[in-house]
Design a protein around this ligand. Sequence first.
Ligand code: R5P
Length: 299
Amino acid sequence: MPEVDVVEEKEFFVHIPPPDQGFFLKGSAGYDWGMKNRLARIFNPATGRTVMLAFDHGYFQGPTSGLERIDLSIVPIAPRADALMLTRGVLRSVIPPSHRGGLVIRASGGPSILRELSNERLALDMEDAARMNASAVAVQVFVGGEFETQSVENLTRLVDAGYRFGIPVLGVTAVGRGLDRDSRYLGLATRMCAELGAQIVKTYHCDEGFERVVAGCPVPVVVAGGKKMPEQAALAMAHRAIQEGAAGVDMGRNVFQSPAPVAMLEALAKVVHEDMEPGDAYKLYKDLEKSHGSVGGYR
Ligand code: R5P
C-alpha cells in the first residue's frame, strides 16, 4: 500500500502555462508521439538538422568501393553520425545492437545495376522494421522513370504501414538516366513524395533554385551526396544546401571513400549543426585528418 499523502499544501504552479507542445521539425506537428520520437532520433532537436551516413549501396550494386568490409570501414565511424541509412541485412549481420543513433532502413529494392533500376518493389515488412527498432524506412521514388507509378505505390503503401507502427518514411528521389537534376525536376519529385505522405525527403542539391525546391516541400529535405568529389567541394555543397534550407545531409561515398572518414563526418557535423563556413570546415577536416588518420578509411 502506498503511504497516504499528508502534505496539505500542493503546488500546481497555476500561473505557469504548460509548455508549447509544438514540434521542432517542419510539417511534423500533427504526427503521433512515436513518430515524433523516431524523427527526434534522426534529427537533432537542438538544431533541427541531421548528418546521416548512407551505406545501403549494396542493395543494388553489391560490394561498393569502401563497403567491401562494413565491419572495418563503417562500424568504427558509425557513432559519429546522427543516423545510419542501411539495409536490414547489414544491420543484423554487422552493426552492433548497442548502436544508439538513428536507423533508417532501406525498404525498397529488386533490380540490380544490371537491370532497369526503377522496377523496384517493397523489400521490407513494417513489422520487421519495428522489430529492428527502425527510426524510419527509406523507399526510392523514380519520378519520370519507366516504373514511376509502381515506385510511387511502393511509397504510399509504406506510408500506410508506417502510420500503423509510428514509423516515418524517407522518400528518396532517384533521378533516372536522361533526366536533369534541375530545380524544376527536383521540385516536382520532392513535392510528390511529400504530398503522397513521406515524412522526410532525400534529394540532390542543384546549383540554381534549390531554395525553391526546399520551400516547396512541406517536410524536411535532406541532401544526397552522390559520386565522390574532393572533400572541399563536398563540404561546400553541404554548406550551400543547409543555407538554402536543407535539414541535413545523407552522404555515403563522400564520407566512406574519403581518405579520412572520421574527419569528414566531424567537418560535416560543424557545417550542418553549427553553420560553419566551408573554408573553415575544410581546414578542420585537414587538421582532424592528421589526428584521426584513416580510421574507417578503405584505402
Ligand atoms: C540512393 O540511391 C541510395 O540510398 C544510395 O545507396 C545512397 O543514398 C547513396 O549515397 P551517396 O550517393 O552519398 O553515396
